[in-house]
Design a protein around this ligand. Structure first.
Ligand SMILES: C[S@@+](CC[C@H](N)C(=O)[O-])C[C@H]1O[C@@H](n2cnc3c(N)ncnc32)[C@H](O)[C@@H]1O
Length: 207
């Protein structure tokens, strides 16, 4: 593992070491807004799931959920959240480069605020997401746009990690885009994602 990777693991474990849920216990609002598009059952993958708010919510929608993250401290809190919600989620400790990406494996993939990836890692990650969706599978992705650097209400500080709608359209050109929207909203998702935010949301299907 590279020093940068070890730093990221240490940083996120420290951030998740408190009692509070850093991004809250409720799911990401953009993900929740896609509830009516979810299949009634099937397999879902939550990438870089943190403390479990999105995986637990997807499991509560009736999906069989697998999730991974690099931070053991996040996974421990995710397990607790799942137990409290009375749902079962399969959690794994892995980075997006270590994860064993199966082809045509998931009915739903949730990629919510995974902007830790630099452009090279992001290219590998987005290609793996496309590969791992089943035919008919749904990708739900949320990130910040470059305008977020003015708001400073969450997300990475490096411009190269942020998304534009055009970038996502190119990156997921092999998928059918159902919705791709740049918008601004007041987020209230735990202490790290609070306030006016410049966002992009993508829903796409692998035909
Ligand atoms: C901004 S948080 C978002 C967490 C979660 N998706 C949510 O919306 O609540 C970013 C997450 O990425 C994880 N992470 C950082 N680098 C990673 C990597 N290379 N592979 C997988 N997860 C990573 C962190 O541990 C953290 O949980």
């Amino acid at each position: 593992m590279t020093p940068a990777y070890n730093d990221a693991v240490q940083t996120w474990n420290e951030r998740f070491s408190g009692e509070d849920y850093l991004f809250g216990r409720e799911p990401n609002e953009y993900l929740r807004a896609q509830a009516s598009r979810l299949p009634p059952g099937g397999r879902a993958l939550c990438i870089a799931d943190g403390e479990g708010r999105n995986s637990v919510w997807l499991a509560r929608q009736g999906l069989q959920v697998v999730a991974f993250d690099v931070a053991q401290a996040g996974i421990a809190k995710a397990r607790k959240l799942a137990a409290e919600a009375g749902v079962s989620v399969e959690y794994h400790l892995a980075s997006c480069d270590e994860w064993r990406w199966e082809a045509d494996a998931y009915d739903v993939i949730a990629a919510i605020f995974i902007q830790f990836a630099d452009p090279e890692m992001r290219a590998r990650l987005f290609a793996n997401i496309t590969k791992a969706l089943k035919p008919g599978g749904l990708l739900i992705l949320q990130g910040y746009t470059p305008k977020q650097l003015e708001y400073k209400t969450g997300g990475p500080s490096a411009l190269s990690h942020l998304y534009t709608a055009d970038m996502l359209r190119d990156a997921f050109a092999s998928l059918r885009i159902v919705e791709l929207t740049e918008y601004e909203a007041e987020l209230n998702e735990g202490e790290r994602h609070t306030g006016r935010s410049a966002l992009v949301g993508l829903v796409a299907v692998k035909d």
